[in-house]
Design a protein around this ligand. Structure first.
Ligand code: DGL
Length: 270
């Protein structure tokens, strides 16, 4: 089916989901918007984040012809997608349900953790989604303000990140979990530091792969999956500095990100 899959995040975080989607669905065209001009979302009022999501999703459909929307941001998902889903007539896939599913299927002891932005943790979205799975687990959550800013600066290791991680993750370490969900799409870029702090007995779960599987099954269900041996086209746009987005984005995602366009797009960009 023609039309790209449209994705967005506040910045670089959703690239972890883009990576998984490019690997699982290489034939699909993709348009990614990193809203770096307005990041971080995690400390903003959820009503503002919801407004940004609507704007980005409508732009992906109207300006780029997106056939489906992937909300590659936990905070935007936590801010509520019901209205958006009701408003648009393309599938809208989020990262929270796939993440919750992956978490409960990973744990052996039933003691699990979720970390995310202040907005995501405060919203209770993971508590609800994990309850919806019907799997009885003991959940410990912690907000990790500051993690996203490190990633957006390209600082994914070192003493400063480690000291912050030790402090923020202490309650989760104390809760003796065996599986920890990285409930912010930026956090997989800090997986080495988070893994070192949590220790070898804790499996880190990222929603990226599970979301890519959810996208595949949803597109198959509605007959929109692109079956082709021709590789898809990948476009990246940013509401912030496009050179910074290209340089750091290609370091984080890989060679697919070799050009960045400004968002909102100019009149002839589609
Ligand atoms: N990557 C986003 C998330 O998954 C939000 C990060 C932010 O802008 O605070 O929640």
């Amino acid at each position: 089916m023609s039309g790209p899959i449209g994705m967005f995040d506040s910045g670089f975080g959703g690239l972890t989901v883009a990576r998984a989607m490019i690997d699982l669905l290489p034939a699909e065209d993709l348009v990614y918007i990193g809203d770096t001009g307005r990041y971080p979302y995690g400390s903003k009022a959820l009503a503002d984040v919801q407004r940004f999501s609507h704007e980005l999703a409508h732009s992906l459909i109207d300006d780029y012809g997106a056939k489906a929307i992937v909300v590659a941001c936990n905070t935007a998902t936590a801010a509520g997608l019901d209205e958006l889903r009701a408003e648009v007539d393309v599938p809208v896939i989020d990262v929270i349900r796939p993440g919750a599913k992956a978490l409960v299927s990973t744990t052996v002891t039933g003691r699990v953790g979720v970390i995310g932005t202040v907005g995501t943790v405060k919203s209770g979205a993971y508590v609800r989604s994990i309850a919806d799975t019907g799997v009885p687990v003991a959940l410990s959550s912690a907000a990790c303000p500051g993690f996203v800013e490190f990633v957006e600066r390209g600082q994914t290791s070192g003493d400063e990140v480690t000291v912050l991680a030790e402090r923020l993750l202490a309650p989760i370490v104390d809760a003796d979990v065996d599986a920890l969900l990285l409930g912010c799409t930026h956090y997989p870029f800090l997986a080495r530091v988070i893994g070192d702090v949590m220790g070898p007995g804790v499996t880190l779960v990222s929603s990226a792969d599970e979301t890519a599987f959810a996208v595949r099954s949803r597109l198959t269900e509605v007959g929109l999956l692109r079956e082709s041996t021709t590789p898809g086209r990948h476009r990246f746009a940013s509401s912030g500095d496009i050179d910074v987005f290209r340089d750091l984005g290609s370091r984080l995602l890989g060679p697919e990100l070799d050009a960045t366009e400004p968002w909102p797009p100019g009149p002839s960009s589609t």
